[in-house]
Design a protein around this ligand. Structure first.
Ligand code: ATP
Length: 513
């Protein structure tokens, strides 16, 4: 199965089992907008909880807020979003399709990498055992030529993006002979700037409508509340403010399911520090955030850092944490050293002092900021892709199992009466009544026990608890583990502590300590 097929199956599975639906589906959907179903919302809430507690509860100098989506329009002038939150777009005149110029070039670059990989595979077959990949990459004239051209285009693109040189971006597209995937032609418009912020109006038109924006990031809600929190919480530097909330971006190319959406959720934390200490904290947060990802146990090699070549207007250092998605390594989270840019700008635009009085040094100054910023939905997609597994069982049957870390699983346990009679359903309900006070548990009595197991595997439930006739006699039940399908009998009175131990966040948090 190719990675592309795997991804298609994952998207279908997410829909079939109530994780993610296209928005307004009965009206044929709305591009790049999705709804979370009954399983998706549980998974998403657990991911948010993992982030929130790891950031706020496990750090005694980080607190949370929940700011409004609407903000004073001047916020976005100060932050630079009105003038600089743009993507370079280009249209194909024949298909009338719109693209991001940099994405067209990046796709071309990826194709060159695929060509090189194919050459390497051919050579590996030709040379057999004695094949030396490193040497081949360095000496094969065709590969060397491909790689040189790719590197040259990559360099040109980075420079053009940094300089906002749209003529050059268009020229690269022409030089690489990039054609529109729909029309197949190279009939391109000029490259233009496209602002990603959604606008709306407040107030009735008669009163004179005021344009405001749907926030494109949650961070600004933290910056404008910096002094409120610092003063009322009597916070001392270094300290952080965390927030989870919706953000909106009018993305030109929306694709890869919930990877790039127009309405999405972010989990951001701004860490306020003394100027000059930003590199120390930048390294700290890079390390901590990577640990948070790897603690989920999806394989350390599936994560990597990617240092930014093009720094955003506010940053003096920035790196992404990338995950190995079915469509390649892609950004899940960004860690940015934002200097005093944002607070400094708000000080300028609002005319209010955004300074901190440092009792230790006796000085007042605008703090520096290191931020961590992760998309909730992208994290959901990361977890879904990592968890999705197809398995052939010993008896020849197949199962799809979502191998979620138990703490993130939407349902922690299913309680299943073996048959629908003899008092077994009643006993199962009694067990559930005790467990549901602390855990999300499901009752299921329909179909054979095997089918019921499959349904729970498909939504990633870590434990299936079967109630049978012996349960009536000695109060024991069978516990089946999702991953190895091992079964053992335990006393029903033990279930609570078993679920607490195995499905709680404690084990994850211990890894972060
Ligand atoms: P990209 O380069 O993918 O557009 P970005 O660098 O603009 O992302 P940031 O502004 O750093 O992203 O946003 C922080 C995080 O928010 C990203 O790492 C990602 O997880 C998430 N995010 C950003 N844009 C979207 C989107 N359109 N849909 C879903 N998540 C997003």
């Amino acid at each position: 199965m190719t990675q592309e097929e795997l991804f298609k199956k994952l998207v279908a599975h997410a829909k079939e089992y109530g994780f993610i639906f296209p928005s307004s589906e009965i009206y044929d959907g709305l591009s790049a907008v999705y709804d979370y179903g009954q399983m998706g919302v549980e998974l998403k809430n657990n991911i948010k909880r993992y982030w929130w507690d790891a950031m706020t509860r496990l750090h005694d100098n980080i607190v949370g807020i929940d700011a409004a989506i609407f903000m004073h329009p001047k916020v976005w002038e100060a932050s630079g979003h009105v003038s600089a939150f743009n993507d370079p777009l280009i249209d194909n005149k024949d298909s009338k399709k719109r693209y991001r110029a940099d994405v067209l070039i990046e796709d071309w670059l990826a194709k060159q990498d695929e060509k090189i990989a194919r050459e390497v595979e051919k050579a590996r077959k030709r040379f057999g055992e004695s094949f030396d990949e490193e040497k081949y990459l360095a000496t094969s004239p065709r590969v060397v030529e491909l790689a040189a051209k790719r590197d040259e285009v990559h360099r040109r693109m980075t420079e053009a993006l940094n300089a906002n040189d749209f003529t050059e971006l268009r020229q690269i597209i022409l030089d690489c002979e990039i054609a529109c995937p729909i029309s197949g032609t190279r009939n391109w418009t000029e490259v233009r700037q496209f602002n990603l912020m959604f606008e709306t109006k407040v107030g009735s038109v008669a009163e004179g409508a005021n344009t405001i924006y749907l926030r494109p990031e949650t961070a600004q809600g933290i910056f404008v509340n910096f002094l409120n929190v610092q003063k009322t919480g009597r916070m001392k530097l270094p300290f952080g403010i965390a927030q989870i909330g919706k953000a909106f971006r009018n993305e030109i190319v929306a694709r890869q399911f919930i990877f790039r959406m127009r309405e999405f959720e972010q989990m951001e934390m701004q860490f306020f520090i003394r100027p000059g200490e930003e590199m120390k904290w930048y390294e700290y947060w890079k390390t901590f955030r990577m640990k948070w990802h790897r603690a989920l146990g999806f394989g350390d090699d599936n994560y990597r850092f990617h240092d930014h070549e093009k720094l955003a207007h506010y940053a003096n250092a920035a790196a992404d944490i990338e995950y190995n998605f079915p469509f390649g390594f892609k950004e899940v989270e960004g860690i940015h050293s934002r200097t005093d840019f944002d607070l400094g700008q708000h000080q300028k635009f609002s005319g209010r002092k955004m300074q901190y009085f440092d009792a230790e040094t006796g000085e007042s100054y605008v703090p520096y900021v290191v931020e961590t910023s992760i998309g909730v939905d992208r994290m959901v997609l990361q977890v879904l892709s990592a968890a999705y597994t197809e398995e052939r069982l010993e008896n020849g049957e197949e199962r799809v199992v979502m191998r979620f870390p138990a703490a993130l699983a939407p349902v922690k346990a299913a309680v299943l009466p073996l048959v629908k009679k003899d008092g077994l359903p009643e006993l199962a309900r009694e067990i559930i009544a005790g467990l549901r006070l602390d855990f999300n548990v499901q009752y299921d009595e329909k179909d054979s026990i095997g089918k019921r197991y499959r349904r729970q595997d498909a939504i990633g439930t870590p434990f299936c608890i079967t109630v049978d006739h012996q349960s009536l006699e000695d109060g024991t039940v069978t516990v089946r583990r999702r991953d190895d399908m091992e079964q053992h009998r335990v006393a029903a009175t033990e279930l609570h502590s078993l679920l607490e131990r195995e499905t709680g966040f404690r084990a994850l948090f211990q890894k972060l300590a």
